[in-house]
Write a protein that binds this ligand. Sequence first.
Ligand code: ATP
Length: 305
Amino acid sequence: MQSIGFIINPLSGDGRGANIWKEIEAYLKQNQIPHVFKATTKAGEAAELAIAIIQEHRVDKLIVIGGDGTIHEAAQGLAHMQKAGIHSRLAVIPAGTGNDFAKAYGIPKDPLQALNIALKGTNSVQIDILRTTNGGIAVNSIGAGFDGMVAKLTNESTYKKFLNRLGLGKLSYFLTILRVFATYKPCTAWLEVDGKVHELPHMWLAAVANIPFYGGAIQICPSASPYDGILDIVVIQSKGRFRLLPILFTVYQGKHTRHPAVTFYKGTSVSLRTEIPLLIHADGEFAGATPLHIELAPAAITVIC
Ligand SMILES: Nc1ncnc2c1ncn2[C@@H]1O[C@H](COP(=O)(O)OP(=O)(O)OP(=O)(O)O)[C@@H](O)[C@H]1O
């Protein structure tokens, strides 16, 4: 297995994916680097394209040109093929809005630099993943409540496209945070971590993190590591909303951790039940509603970084 396969989301970063692919394809042709590729034509397609490209070409490296949503989908395909005993390594050329995955693994923003790291492939790491009961996986994080709603509304918003065009895509998450913050109603939740149940009155969000960032470099869980075989869980609880205001401005630097409304847990098996169904995101993509169950799968995917 030596070949290289690309999955491209041409619409990621409001068209940045298509522009980056043009640049990459020209480089590959100029340097006569053999490769295969598939571009998405609709939402939710990257998983099946990843399966097809791995099945047809047995690629050693699957390089995703897209954002965290496309990486999330392609990783489903990769994990599916691994179950069948066919292993490919994942590499990324960041082209999205948030690019949290790329940030976590030190993958440069410059497309040709990122490509050369992927082509060399000398540095690979094995990362943990989050498995849900419906058979899905997440590579970055899964969250329920406030952040589930922020992810859904940001992806549906027109300002995400507009801000992406101005190179300010990350701001779209912050704008939605302000929108949701003004109206969000917390509820009681029950979080079970490795068999121990915690009752959480007035819960705003519960996020299970594999890497420290989500939503475009928001450091929600600074201690999360994809190499430690442990899930980091962050919970925010508050009866009133104004008490949480300081968190909005400190969470980007990961300096919210001592705020009394914030609690952290660690474990390998996590369940969440809630008084009312709460929206869930997986790697920033809408993923249904609570209840939720997550198991950690240690060192499950290999990433070139
Ligand atoms: N060809 C396509 N047409 C419409 N939607 C697509 C297409 N390809 C992928 N998508 C969807 O676009 C969504 C976002 O993609 P992606 O994450 O790559 O970019 P982004 O939203 O700009 O970046 P980020 O997730 O980092 O904020 C995903 O839900 C994916 O299913």
